[in-house]
Design a protein around this ligand. Structure first.
Ligand SMILES: [Zn+2]
Length: 139
């Protein structure tokens, strides 16, 4: 799927994953796919994260529509540690590939979400049992 730079897509994804560590049991955000809306709905129960992505034909009107009006294009359930780790790893890959300056140059409207990534990493390390490597040092 492609997200345009009109939405701060990476930041939304990282922030959404981070929201699941508090009392909040769900998070939702969307990517503007010009003209489609790609709506992400994350729900968590018992350390499992259910990810559902809905597609709507026109982002100009769809943010007000209920999920049931969209087309489900992805649904999967992951243990929360695996989900958070995957998001962190994806963010790290982007940073390694482009660097902060390169990211801003490419994405234009939004900087690389350094603080949100740090927050998610802190929550993941604090609350999740994860056996994967966390050597996600900055390039
Ligand atoms: Zn991990």
């Amino acid at each position: 799927m492609t997200a345009s730079h009109c939405t701060d897509a990476l930041a939304e994804l990282v922030a959404g994953a981070g929201e699941l560590y508090g009392r909040q049991r769900s998070a939702r955000f969307f990517f503007d796919s010009e003209p489609q809306e790609l709506r992400w709905v994350l729900r968590t129960t018992d350390d499992v994260v259910n990810v559902t992505i809905y597609k709507f034909p026109d982002v100009a009107v769809s943010p007000d529509l209920p999920d049931s009006h969209g087309t489900m294009i992805w649904q999967a359930t992951y243990p929360r540690p695996a989900f958070a780790h995957g998001v962190l790893e994806a963010a790290h890959t982007v940073l390694t590939e482009h660097g902060e300056a390169g990211y801003l140059a490419k994405w234009a409207m939004h900087p690389y979400p350094v603080a949100l990534v740090q927050d998610l990493r802190r929550l993941h390390m604090r609350d999740d049992v994860c056996d994967l490597s966390h050597d996600l040092s900055r390039p």
